[in-house]
Design a protein around this ligand. Structure first.
Ligand SMILES: NC(=O)c1ccc[n+]([C@@H]2O[C@H](COP(=O)([O-])OP(=O)(O)OC[C@H]3O[C@@H](n4cnc5c(N)ncnc54)[C@H](OP(=O)(O)O)[C@@H]3O)[C@@H](O)[C@H]2O)c1
Length: 260
């Protein structure tokens, strides 16, 4: 497998970016990582870049062979960052002669009506219609994301949750490892998605989470009668045929919060 000389990780400060950068370095890549803030250290060359207005994109991309695009702003201006920002990054990648534009996307986005997912889908389309050779890897929800979502209800006396929603939490390290494998100078198109070892309901995940956090507050079903949640209930965000990760939710909770 040919190793690229230099790899750019957009969103180097994110959940995935932070896990990915050291793994790429271990695999022999010279890594440049981006953030909107000025940063230094970690044996990484940091580039300041903002996808929303294009600041720093050209400089960030100059001289790299591979881009792994993990920067995203799900709660912000997804149009400016995830769609237009990705297009700006693609333009710079084309100009710089990048050999492989690797994008991390989400399983099931074409079947779940949700504005952030629509933005990711639009970004996928822009990538595939660009002249830059690309690789689009889809993954299920990362453990820290599920933790963050469930963390939002911990202060409530009753944990009201869409308990029937089905997801397949995956270890961020497993996704990062797959991205390292795909970060060659040869693009892979649409490799198989990456999912965690088990498809679980949110109610079931919340019960394990409650135990790990030492709480006994009741987990109560919150009916959300929207098409979005119906699709989640049906398992549209899962890929049981590609359950490649081995770390279960309980194992991750134990590492994160310790055995109780
Ligand atoms: N989280 C999940 O469960 C999950 C599952 C499957 C796929 N994915 C996909 O994986 C990718 C990474 O997810 P994540 O959870 O690692 O995200 P994250 O932790 O929210 O990190 C987002 C990153 O994007 C950067 N960023 C935000 N706005 C930006 C802007 N305007 N310009 C440039 N950079 C910007 C942030 O950097 P600064 O703040 O330092 O600028 C940060 O490093 C996303 O595309 C997501 O859809 C996530």
């Amino acid at each position: 497998m040919s190793q690229p000389h230099r790899t750019l990780v957009t969103g180097g400060t994110g959940t995935l970016g932070q896990t990915l950068v050291p793994r790429l370095q271990e695999a022999g890549h010279t890594v440049r990582a981006t953030s909107r803030s000025a940063r230094s250290g970690d044996d990484v060359e940091w580039a300041q870049m903002d996808l929303a207005d294009g600041t720093g994109i050209r400089d960030a991309v100059a001289g790299v062979d591979v881009i792994i695009h993990t920067a995203s702003d799900p709660l912000g201006d997804t149009e400016a960052v995830d769609i237009e920002g990705t297009k700006r990054l693609l333009d710079a990648a084309a100009e710089a002669g990048v050999s492989n534009f690797v994008y991390i996307s989400i399983v099931g986005i074409e079947n779940i009506p949700y504005s952030y997912y629509e933005a990711e889908l639009e970004a996928e389309r822009a990538i595939e219609s660009s002249d830059v050779p690309s690789t689009i890897l889809r993954a299920t929800q990362f453990h820290p994301f599920v933790d963050e979502m469930l963390g939002m209800v911990t202060r409530l006396p009753v944990w009201l949750l869409p308990t029937e929603m089905r997801i397949q939490p995956v270890d961020t390290g497993v996704v990062a490892d797959r991205l390292v494998e795909l970060a060659t100078t040869e693009a892979s198109g649409r490799p198989d998605p990456v999912g965690g070892p088990e498809v679980r309901t949110v109610g079931d995940l919340a019960t394990a989470y409650r135990e790990a956090r030492g709480s006994w507050r009741p987990v109560v079903r919150l009916p959300i009668p929207t098409a979005t949640f119906a699709r989640f209930r049906e398992g549209a965000a899962t890929c049981p045929d590609h359950a490649v990760g081995s770390v279960t939710w309980e194992e991750w909770l134990e590492t994160e919060y310790g055995a109780r």
